[in-house]
Design a protein around this ligand. Structure first.
Ligand SMILES: *[C@@H]1O[C@H](CO)[C@@H](O)[C@H](O)[C@H]1NC(C)=O
Ligand SMILES: *[C@@H]1O[C@H](CO)[C@@H](O)[C@H](O)[C@H]1NC(C)=O
Ligand SMILES: *[C@@H]1O[C@H](CO)[C@@H](O)[C@H](O)[C@H]1NC(C)=O
Ligand SMILES: *[C@@H]1O[C@H](CO)[C@@H](O)[C@H](O)[C@H]1NC(C)=O
Length: 141
């Protein structure tokens, strides 16, 4: 799922509606019993709701890549092995650059990675990407 979000944004997608945004505590209702996860699970017996990890993952894109943003190229030539790492960048209408990095969920192959993000002026941010994580950086050039 998380892999899909970044992949589609790199391939001209302009909007995304998640199936589903909100479900009950067991991932329903669903008439064929196809119970799935959702960003928010709402109790059908109390006033409570629960934000799932997916809610926060989706936020890395939905909160920072605001409407009117355009995707911009990331030079990933320094990444020798992109099996676990996916990265996208966007320019927002207010001129901020947003870089979202996903250290992907790979069942038998989770790693922590050290990466450097270098902007056009040569400014460097070094980051440690935790296993199975999203990291978002927002900056002005
Ligand atoms: C709440 O949802 C569960 C799972 O779908 C269902 O078994 C239960 O009957 C529901 N309870 C009420 C009060 O609707
Ligand atoms: C990408 O960055 C590398 C240095 O890491 C540089 O040699 C190369 O020219 C850059 N490519 C483009 C298209 O800017
Ligand atoms: C790339 O990284 C993945 C995950 O660590 C590993 O399974 C794969 O063998 C690596 N590929 C190369 C060409 O090093
Ligand atoms: C970032 O990491 C690179 C490579 O390890 C290192 O050469 C550089 O000094 C670091 N820069 C900063 C600002 O930490």
């Amino acid at each position: 799922m998380h892999i899909t979000w970044l992949m589609v944004l790199k391939n001209w997608v302009t909007g995304w509606v998640d199936w589903n945004m909100v479900l009950d505590p067991i991932g329903g209702p669903n008439w064929v019993g196809n119970l799935v996860d959702a960003p928010i699970l709402v109790s059908n017996t109390t006033d409570e709701f629960e934000k799932q990890p997916m809610y926060y993952a989706l936020g890395h894109l939905a909160k920072f890549i605001v409407p009117g943003s355009v995707m911009i190229r990331v030079n990933t030539s320094g990444i020798t092995n992109t099996t676990n790492i996916d990265v996208i960048a966007a320019l927002t209408p207010s001129g901020q650059k947003v870089v979202v990095i996903n250290n992907k969920y790979i069942e038998s192959n989770a790693h922590t990675y050290q990466v450097s993000i270098i902007n056009k002026q040569g400014g460097v941010i070094n980051l440690s990407l935790e296993q199975r994580s999203f990291t978002t950086i927002v900056y002005n050039d």
